[in-house]
Design a protein around this ligand. Structure first.
Ligand code: FES
Length: 116
């Protein structure tokens, strides 16, 4: 099982290929935002990678980051835990002013992943 480390929260074994946004929320118990429900639209699930940044990317992630002019971050809803990784959770419910983190993303990547 891959190991997920979230800076300041610890290291957790997570199910192979689990969506990173769900692993951060359910395994590391971090109040990460996912305002669009994991559909590569809102970018609130963004994380910074410290180690193990995936080389592959979904088309939806690439397009959304480009549309928002975002660099140096990845969308955790578009990433699977298929190897060890260390991330910084930079977009959390606490301090956001939002009433909730957003609806829970599906177990599989949405929209259906088109890997680049
Ligand atoms: S872009 Fe909205 S939850 Fe990932």
């Amino acid at each position: 099982m891959p190991k997920l480390t979230v800076e300041g929260y610890g290291t957790f074994e997570v199910a192979q290929d689990k969506r990173l946004v769900l692993a951060i929320e359910q395994d590391a118990h971090v109040d990460i935002l996912h305002a669009c429900g994991g559909n590569a639209r809102c970018t609130t699930c963004r994380v910074e990678f410290i180690e193990g940044e995936p080389t592959r990317q979904t088309e939806a992630e690439r397009d959304r980051l480009a549309a928002r002019g975002l660099t140096g971050v990845r969308l955790s809803c578009q990433i699977q835990c298929d190897h060890d990784m260390t991330v910084r959770a930079i977009s959390r419910l606490e301090g956001s002013g939002r009433p909730d983190p957003g609806s829970t993303p599906n177990e599989t990547i949405t929209p259906p992943a088109v890997w680049l």
